[in-house]
Design a protein around this ligand. Structure first.
Ligand SMILES: Cc1cc2nc3c(=O)[nH]c(=O)nc-3n(C[C@H](O)[C@H](O)[C@H](O)COP(=O)(O)O)c2cc1C
Length: 319
């Protein structure tokens, strides 16, 4: 089974991907957080930086696009193909109100005719294979059966199924039975995503769906950067590697954002998930969340690494 790092806006950017790959190799693909091409034919600056070849050298990266305009998708796909990318992912899952209101992300799932017109156009002209990351529908999981009929008309490189409907947001547990529907009903290769957080959950998933060719992991991998290695029977991350990994992220973000102080916001996003790798990590989170002082940040993280036992079993909270 292949293992992919899920796109996570505000976390899995080029700095994070490069350092994760360096310390915890073995991820088959990293999907970028979504890029929205603008209608005047350009990428916003920060988004462009995230996909620049020099920021992604040696990494298996798949850029993700969020748009409902076929012309914009094709413009962006051509740019990305010229930059050397060999797969583009289409986001049909984002549940955010502003995105859905514009008919993008999971919003496009509400209008089958528009979805088909869009897919007709992009699959007729794309210069590189296109994969899709989809939800099950807008409101009811059974909408997925009709969506599958639509998806089966196209040579989708890989169909990643995030087994929730839009109105679930991230609140309700993933509807695991829908992985079975996808694995049985899809003519295209399927990848399963959602709530696969611990090695134990991954092995239960594999026992239930042994035919699944790939899984995509998000929050669990941010929490435990060695999750895939552990799922494959390897060692958990040791304290000194975790410390060096953390320091590399802090350095990477300090130079990307211009100062240590600026890097703290991003590090706090990561700690939101990562703290649960440490027994009692929650006790430091309140202070960590509040601080804007690099010295206090260093002091708190020094104490986490020095004092807290590492959690070896999956005792992760439901985020
Ligand atoms: C903070 C955050 C940002 C996300 N950004 C994206 C994104 O840019 N594109 C996307 O397709 N999904 C995005 N997702 C959804 C994740 O890719 C993934 O589908 C979700 O976290 C469920 O997987 P998990 O249970 O393994 O975390 C995001 C999720 C979170 C929590």
């Amino acid at each position: 089974m292949k293992f992919y790092f899920a796109p996570m806006e505000g976390i899995t950017d080029h700095v994070f991907r490069r350092i994760h790959h360096q310390y915890f190799p073995g991820i088959d693909k990293y999907f970028t957080p979504f890029l929205s091409p603008t209608q005047d034919g350009r990428f916003p600056n920060r988004a462009l930086r995230d996909v620049l070849a020099e920021e992604n050298t040696g990494l298996p990266v798949v850029p993700q696009l969020l748009t409902r305009h076929a012309a914009d998708f094709l413009w962006a796909a051509r740019q990305l193909a010229e930059m050397g990318y060999s797969e583009i992912n289409l986001n049909l899952g984002c549940p955010s109100g502003t995105v859905v209101a514009k008919g993008k992300g999971s919003g496009l799932l509400a209008d089958s005719a528009a979805l088909e017109r869009f897919l007709d156009e992009i699959f007729a002209h794309t210069p590189v294979p296109v994969s899709i990351k989809t939800r099950l529908g807008m409101k009811e999981p059974e909408e997925f059966f009709h969506l599958l009929e639509i998806y089966n008309q196209y040579p989708i490189h890989e169909l990643t199924v995030h087994a929730r409907v839009r109105t679930d947001f991230y609140r309700v547990p993933v509807r695991q039975e829908a992985f079975g529907w996808a694995l049985q009903g899809s003519k295209n290769p399927v990848c399963c995503n959602g709530d696969l957080i611990t090695p134990e959950q991954l092995s239960t998933f594999e026992a239930r769906f042994p035919e699944s060719p790939a899984v995509m992991l998000g929050r669990g991998l941010v929490a435990d950067p060695a999750l895939v290695r552990r799922a494959q029977g390897g060692a958990p991350a040791d304290r000194s590697t975790l410390r060096r990994y953390h320091d590399a992220l802090l350095d990477g973000y300090s130079s990307a954002f211009g100062s240590l102080r600026n890097a703290l916001g991003r590090m706090k996003e990561i700690w939101f998930y990562h703290n649960c790798l440490f027994e009692g990590g929650e006790s430091y989170m309140k202070k960590l969340r509040k601080t804007t002082d690099p010295t206090e940040y260093r002091d708190l993280t020094d104490r986490i690494f020095a004092e807290l036992p590492l959690r070896s079993e999956g005792a992760f909270p439901q985020w």
